[in-house]
Design a protein around this ligand. Structure first.
Ligand code: NAP
Length: 248
């Protein structure tokens, strides 16, 4: 009997949950617990960390999980590494649902950097309005460049004081090309710092940057050990031995 664990927290994971529920596959959807009110899922849901590799290994065994689907964000590297180790330890098949990274297109002006610290270094010396399109847990290193005026965008209002003064937008989106083309000039943004998430959901700001000729400091994805990876919900359903209805 199949019993799948979806490591979620992304829009792709939500699409997958719909398909898995529709196919009546026994499954649990897992949220990391970073968002205060995560979206409801059509599957039994658990919220919060497992407690490292050991905790996930115990969970897989206790819940008799037969398949693990890592549908976390490409930058949720700790969870992904833990999944690789726990699945190896328990002999559980693992697959990752991960969109291809964005590629630079004609008109893009990207400075590609390996991590957040390198993004800080890549900012100009002269003061500028900078949109930090990265998660709040990654913004602290930008405090070392206080000459810039930062704009941040979060799903929930910040609970703790920020490491530097900033213009904070609280919004769940969706962010379209039109909303980004309005927001970026309205705040006088001259630089964007983004992570190469891939997919369509977060792409509008990158398309808007190209149209506005804004430089983007693009943080590459963290390196992960080799694992099976597909880009579509349909391929996951196939892997589980079912056909997807949405063709996503
Ligand atoms: P992370 O740094 O890789 O994970 C840190 C720890 O959070 C993990 O070791 C694990 O704790 C727990 N965790 C993460 N995802 C989990 C999940 N789906 N279910 C149960 N525990 C989880 O991850 P992150 O970057 O903080 O992201 C957290 C969640 O937000 C993920 O589900 C991710 O898909 C989602 N998300 C992240 C981003 C992003 O930009 N990073 C963007 C959109 C959505 P234990 O070690 O205790 O098990």
């Amino acid at each position: 009997m199949t019993r799948a664990l979806i490591l979620g927290g992304t829009s792709d994971a939500s699409l997958l949950a719909v398909e898995i529920a529709r196919a009546r596959i026994d499954a649990v959807y897992s949220y990391g617990g970073r968002t205060r009110a995560p979206a409801d899922q059509p599957l039994p849901t658990r919220i919060g960390g497992f407690g490292g590799v050991r905790g996930l290994t115990d969970y897989i065994r206790a819940e008799a999980i037969t398949h693990v689907i890592d549908a976390t964000h490409p930058f949720a590297a700790e969870m992904s590494r833990n999944a690789i180790e726990a699945c190896a330890e328990t002999g559980t098949p693992l697959i990752a649902l991960e969109r291809a990274p964005w590629a630079q297109a004609s008109g893009d002006n990207w400075i590609e950097v390996p991590d957040v610290n390198a993004a800080v270094v890549a900012l100009p010396e002269r003061p500028a309005n900078v949109f930090l399109a990265i998660g709040r847990q990654h913004i602290a290193p930008f405090a070392t460049r206080p000459q810039h005026a930062y704009t941040l965008r979060f799903v929930d209002p910040p609970e703790a004081p920020l490491p530097f003064p900033a213009d904070v937008i609280v919004s769940r989106g969706p962010f379209t090309l039109d909303t980004e083309l309005e927001m970026l000039p309205a705040r006088g943004i001259a630089w964007i710092v983004a992570r190469n998430s891939g997919g369509d959901g977060a792409r509008a700001k990158i398309d808007a940057a190209r149209m506005l000729s804004l430089p983007v400091i693009m943080i590459s994805r963290p390196e992960l050990p080799e694992r099976r990876r597909v880009e579509s919900v349909a391929e996951i359903m196939q892997w589980l031995g079912h056909r997807a209805c949405l063709g996503a």
